[in-house]
Ligand binder design. Structure first.
Ligand code: PGA
Length: 246
C-alpha cells in the first residue's frame, strides 16, 4: 500500500494521471474503473490535456463507472452518465460504446448488477480503479455497514451522503435516495486501485481508512486488503495521519 501526499488538487491530478498513463502504455485494451464527484475532476482535466497535447490514446480503452443514481434520466445534469460525458468522455478519443455506467433507470436493478459484474469479468477485469471517498468513508456508494464481499447492487443512501451531495442539487429533497454501486468485493478485485482525497473535510475519513482497523463501518478501510492500492491525498486531507508515508 502506497500513500502519496501532494500539495494541492492539481498536483493530485497530475500524479494520478502519471500512474494511469504509465499503466495504460503496458496493456491493450485497457480497462479503466472511473468515479464521479468533484475529487477526480483535476485528474480528468489532466487526462484530457494529455489526450490533446501528448497523444495519450483512449481509442481502444474501455471504462466502467462505479455507480449511478436510481431514477435520474441520463439527460439530468446530476446523473453520473451525464457527468462522465461532460467531464471526460466528450473531450477524449474514447469510443462512447465502450464506456459503461450502471443503468439506474432499469426496471430490474438486481439484474443490472449481475450483468455489470458479468461484463467486467468477461473483459478480463478492471485494470485501474479510480475512486474518491465520502466524509463517512464510503467508496463508490458503499455506505458504512456494506459487506466487504458486496457486489454491484442497489443501496439506500445514508442521510450523511444525501446531505453531502445536496450541494449539487437545487433542494436536498431532489437527491435520489437509492443508487446502484459496484460492491466492495468488486473494487477489491481490480488489478490496481487509487483513492484520491482532497480537502480538510476528508481528513478524518482518510486517517481512519489508512491507519484504522479494517471494518465495514469505514468502507474505504477495506482497501488495506487491496493488492495494489495508491492513496493520493492532499496535505490538508492528510493532517490526521500518524505514520510516516512519503
Ligand atoms: P466528492 O465525493 O469527490 O464530491 O467529495 C466523493 C465521494 O463521495 O466518493
Amino acid at each position: 500500500m502506497k500513500v502519496i501526499i501532494v500539495s494541492d488538487k492539481n498536483h493530485m491530478g497530475r500524479v494520478a494521471a502519471d500512474l494511469i498513463e504509465a499503466d495504460m502504455r503496458t496493456k491493450t485494451p485497457y480497462v479503466l474503473g472511473l468515479a464521479t464527484g468533484s475529487t477526480p475532476v483535476p485528474l480528468y482535466q489532466e487526462l484530457i490535456r494529455r489526450n490533446r497535447e501528448t497523444g495519450l490514446d483512449f481509442s481502444t480503452a474501455i471504462s466502467f463507472n462505479l455507480d449511478e443514481y436510481i431514477g435520474l434520466e441520463v439527460t439530468h445534469d446530476q446523473s453520473y452518465r451525464y457527468f462522465m460525458n461532460h467531464e471526460l468522455f466528450n473531450h477524449i478519443n474514447i469510443n462512447k460504446d465502450s464506456t459503461f455506467v450502471p443503468d439506474g433507470l432499469a426496471e430490474n436493478i438486481e439484474e443490472v448488477g449481475k450483468d455489470y459484474e458479468k461484463a467486467i469479468r468477461a473483459i478480463g477485469g478492471i485494470d485501474y480503479q479510480v475512486m474518491g471517498i465520502g466524509t463517512n468513508g464510503h467508496i463508490g456508494f458503499n455506505e458504512p455497514g456494506s459487506s466487504l464481499a458486496s457486489r454491484t447492487r442497489k443501496v439506500r443512501l445514508t442521510e450523511n451522503t444525501i446531505l453531502d451531495n445536496s450541494r449539487f442539487f437545487e433542494r436536498k429533497e431532489d437527491v435520489p435516495t437509492d443508487v446502484i454501486t459496484m460492491g466492495i468485493g468488486t473494487i477489491l478485485d481490480t488489478r490496481k486501485a487509487m483513492l484520491l482525497a482532497s480537502g480538510s473535510n476528508k481528513a478524518e475519513a482518510i486517517a481512519k481508512s489508512i491507519e484504522g482497523p479494517i471494518t465495514a463501518t469505514v468502507p474505504a478501510s477495506s482497501l488495506q486488503m487491496h493488492p495494489n492500492v495508491t492513496w493520493i491525498v492532499t496535505e490538508d486531507a492528510a493532517v490526521n495521519l500518524q505514520l510516516e508515508w512519503n
